[in-house]
Write a protein that binds this ligand. Sequence first.
Ligand code: TDO
Length: 182
Amino acid sequence: MDIQQTDFPGLCVITSQVFSDKRGFFKETYQQQRYQEAGINETFVQDNFSHSSGGILRGLHYQIKRPQAKLVFVIQGEILDVCVDLRKNSPTFGKSFQIKLTAENHQQLFVPAGFAHGFYVLSPQADFMYKCSDYYFPEYERTLLWNDPALEIDWPLNGEPILSEKDQMGRPLNESEIFETL
Ligand SMILES: Cc1cn([C@H]2C[C@H](O)[C@@H](COP(=O)(O)OP(=O)(O)O[C@H]3O[C@@H](C)C(=O)[C@@H](O)[C@H]3O)O2)c(=O)[nH]c1=O
């Protein structure tokens, strides 16, 4: 596997090693020792899988009190993954990072605790998987407004995105709860 650091402290892009043969391909999507050697020391306690149609936008989500680091990747289709740094003491606080993740490019994004995370589905269908370093606590979950102008996110929209009611009611950055200690 190959690991590329980004300008955002702790946020990195992992490209899996793919073993192709006449049957198809094989890859490891997580191997604790190798990921730890690459600096990803989280203990993952929950795996999630979501299926979405084209034009769906999920996010931008984060949990207060029990923030989750996430290792995210696409099983089928193409998405634009977006993270916003909510760590007050980070040099990239308030800035957004975006990357196209596809089933074909075999890339994963490791998102440290303290980011809001979301994605927009570019293909007709997308299957999305991620490992989380903490459990889901709906009472601690918050939504950062996906189109808050302060975030300057250039979403490659194809028409109006389809959002959950919760995500339509996201709060802008200046009303969001930020991470003072991460
Ligand atoms: C996230 C989550 C949701 N749920 C339930 C709650 C709800 O009834 C249903 C759908 O939840 P949501 O609408 O929050 O699903 P979704 O919008 O896909 O939420 C996810 O979005 C992406 C962008 C993330 O980063 C994830 O951490 C997570 O917040 O699933 C769980 O039971 N466990 C979980 O861990």
